[in-house]
Design a protein around this ligand. Structure first.
Ligand SMILES: Nc1ncnc2c1ncn2[C@@H]1O[C@H](COP(=O)(O)OP(=O)(O)OP(=O)(O)O)[C@@H](O)[C@H]1O
Length: 439
């Protein structure tokens, strides 16, 4: 049978129109307001953020995110790398000292627009330090030293990482937040899923609720057979140690030769750091039959998007023997290396060229934040974080692509302080009788 084989290279994508509510955020940003926009999973926050970044002057705009993966998604750097104050756990004097290093201070002074994606995972104390450091280094007494803040995230998803039994400290609880944020906007149209009843189930979980119909709906998915054409469901794991173990185990079990694809990193000094940010490892070991996931949008129209699931069916005979992958959407593609760029502390730029694939028998829920996934299997029995179940479940595009194992009502947890914060936002919006159209 003739193969539908085309070479996957990123093609120019027809720009997708922003929704009315997304456009209002863009407008507020263009007026120079410091904004926080939020919304459920899949309401297009990161999508909008990328658009916003494209409209801001590149020399004065710093795109950051709380995690390496999220930063990579918007073509930016981690907030920690930008700030240059280490973990931020030292005294304010120490943080100022660190930020006074020539290269770091230069960035702080150049910055007029600071973008922060996945703000829910930024620690409140760290945020307060940044606000003070910005004023001191920029010698400007305005909030955040006069920098316009453009932040987004959903506090009902993953919280900041804490050590042991430390209390979670959210950004919205800080004085710095109250001082800096001029506008809170909530996106309400879910874009990832289209099935209204599934969206409703997810909304209940997001708010920490699990009425009987939600319980029954999710329990029923356990029996679903969601594999198709040899492409299995990806297991979302609560603990990252399980991820490598599962992927390694399944790869070993496959018959056939290993084929190693090693990345070309522009500066090997950064290889370890890049591993923490880049969705693909420096060493990618594959076999025919390996379950893989695309980590970059190659062709949105054809469904070759970040998170698309497939299976390695062979290697190209000529050239460098790049892998050929059969995707769930039916396409068979030769996957060629692609380049990622990373900015490090002090503005150093490093690149990685690698095949945009990763093993996909399993991924961690933390790494899945921000992704849209084709077919997922989730075991929630070891959930340890508020919002963790919601993040996992909301990665699925539809109920038919989801299998939830050992689901219990106790897996559903939302943080009370966060619920109060969202309640207040909602109340404020109603009291002011504003709608998104008024912004
Ligand atoms: N205006 C739009 N038109 C068409 N598709 C859109 C639009 N906005 C967002 N999307 C699509 O909706 C999906 C979800 O968007 P995105 O990942 O940005 O949501 P998110 O709010 O950041 O989700 P999460 O909170 O889970 O990270 C993506 O596939 C994105 O391309």
């Amino acid at each position: 049978m003739a193969r539908k084989l085309v070479t996957a290279v990123p093609r120019s994508v027809i720009p997708v129109k922003l929704s009315k509510e997304q456009s209002s955020v863009l407008e507020a940003v263009s007026k120079g307001r410091s904004v926080f926009f939020t919304g459920s999973a899949g309401t297009g926050k990161s999508f909008l953020m990328k658009r916003i970044i494209g409209t801001l002057p590149p020399q004065h705009t710093f795109a950051t995110a709380s995690t390496g993966v999220a930063a990579c998604h918007i073509g930016g750097t981690t907030l920690h790398a930008f700030a240059g104050i280490g973990s931020g756990r030292g005294t304010l004097e120490h943080c100022v000292q660190l930020a006074s290093r020539a290269q770091v201070a230069q960035q702080w002074r150049k910055c007029k627009h600071l973008v922060i994606d996945e703000i829910s995972m930024v620690d409140g104390e760290f945020f307060e330090k940044l606000e003070a450091v910005a004023r001191v280094i920029r010698r400007n007494d305005q909030p955040f030293g006069g920098i316009q803040l453009i932040m987004c995230g959903d506090f009902l998803q993953l919280p900041p990482v804490t050590k042991g039994k430390e209390k979670v400290n959210f950004c919205f609880q800080t004085q710095a937040w109250k001082k800096c944020i001029q506008m809170n906007i909530e996106l309400t149209e879910v874009r990832r899923q289209s099935d209204k009843s599934f969206i409703d189930v997810l909304q209940q979980i997001r708010l920490g609720r699990c009425p009987d119909y939600v319980y029954t709906t999710l329990r029923a998915t356990a029996k679903q057979n969601i594999q198709r054409d040899g492409i299995l469901a990806t297991r979302l794991c609560t603990h990252k140690e399980d991820v490598n173990q599962i992927n390694e185990h399944h790869l070993q079990k496959l018959n056939g030769e290993f084929k190693l694809f090693t990345s070309t990193d522009s500066d090997s000094v950064y290889t370890q750091q890049i591993n923490g940010m880049c969705p693909v490892p420096d060493k990618l070991n594959l076999k025919v039959g390996a379950q893989v996931m695309l980590t970059k949008n190659l062709d949105v129209q054809k469904g070759l998007v970040n998170g698309a699931r497939g299976i390695v069916i062979g290697y190209q005979k000529d050239n460098d023997g790049y892998p050929i992958v059969k995707f769930r959407c039916g396409m068979e593609e030769e996957i060629k290396p692609i380049r990622w760029s990373f900015k490090f502390s002090g503005g150093n730029i490093s690149t990685r060229k690698q095949i945009p694939l990763k093993l996909a028998w399993a991924i961690s829920i933390h790494k899945s934040q921000g992704m849209t996934l084709d077919c997922v299997e989730i075991s929630l029995s070891r959930v340890f974080e508020c919002g963790q179940s919601y993040v996992a479940l909301s990665r699925a595009k539809c109920l038919e692509g989801l299998r939830v194992l050992d689901f219990e009502k106790s897996c559903v947890k939302a943080n009370l302080e966060v619920l109060r914060f969202y309640h207040k936002l909602d109340l404020h919006k109603r009291m002011m009788q504003t709608s998104i159209g008024d912004y």
